[in-house]
Design a protein around this ligand. Sequence first.
Ligand SMILES: Cc1cc2nc3c(=O)[nH]c(=O)nc-3n(C[C@H](O)[C@H](O)[C@H](O)COP(=O)(O)O)c2cc1C
Length: 367
Amino acid sequence: MTTEFISVTFTNSSNEINPVRDPAIEPDFLVRYARALDDYGFDYTLVPYASSSFDPFTIGATIAAHTKNIKIIVALRPNTLYPTVAAKALATLDQLSGGRVVVHFIAGGSDAEQASEGDFLGKEERYARLEEYIRILRRAWHSAEPFDFDGTYYQFKQFRNAVRPVAGTIPVSVGGSSDAAYRIGGAHADIFGLWGEPLAETREQIARIHTEAARAGRTDRPRIWVTFRPIVAETDELAWAKAHRTLDALNANRAKGLGKAPATAPRPANVGSQRLLAIAARGDVHDRALWYPTVTATNASGASTALVGSPQTVADAILDYVDLGAELISIRGYDNLNDAVDYGRYVLPLVREGLAQRHAVEARAYA
Ligand SMILES: Cc1cc2nc3c(=O)[nH]c(=O)nc-3n(C[C@H](O)[C@H](O)[C@H](O)COP(=O)(O)O)c2cc1C
């Protein structure tokens, strides 16, 4: 099992502590941030999708042009691109980047958000459509011959794709925490994305995904991706002081209308966010260092669970999830660029040290 690290792409210096309303891309910042991830040993960066925000493909191409190793995870909602077009767009970026592309599918958590871009399918149907979409992409990547498709959501005739991924295919990731997400992701995904929940709940989610993979007749399983927002300082005590300053800033920005969610936001429609809010209502701190007030302060709009502590505490907390079976660990902070550099300098080496110790113990056990 390999453990890899993910961050999220930021296109400008606006962040949740010092937010700017509708900020434009700052190309120099984007390149600096992407290069920092590459230099400090992150393995992937997610280019997220939101109906109001930038085009992930052109952002991804820019990252590819300015980095050497980091893989680019393009977030894609099926409603935004016809699957034959997406197959070629992803394979084009894969060729441009020397085989560094992953696609992360978002079926769509909110009816209102989907409707804003002309998608009026219900949630169950969005996941059914996603299943067809994944089948089409894989066929297009693998098949040199023209093919027809006659599905519920897509029908076409004699599509031929001459744009092949470098390694013959592109890893497919699915994120979500609803039954449909487990079912479709468990059956079809190479990677399954989760937000940071306590160890017990994460264990349950992993078991659900594995059950669905087995039910679909798979002999392999999706690799598990878990996401955190670490708040790190030299000591645990300093980190907790920083965590409370971060929370104060999130609350103040929300009150000014600059938060990720308006102060009057309704209960989120996606199950992943509903689960985070329910856990937040049970308590602030879970397990070793998992902190939930940042979830409540943002109405669980996206990955929002913090890990608070010294680099060693945060590394140990991350290793707890590795021990549960998480292979991909996503960490991004609140002061995005500085936090990525701090993680690269102080947290990733400690996690890698912990992994090396585990591997040495395993090797001795088999010797
Ligand atoms: C790791 C991860 C990354 C995600 N990235 C995005 C994103 O970039 N854009 C987006 O709209 N939703 C994103 N989501 C949200 C879910 O994919 C989305 O809400 C899902 O389609 C429905 O969620 P549900 O099955 O939990 O109800 C992400 C979720 C996870 C777990």
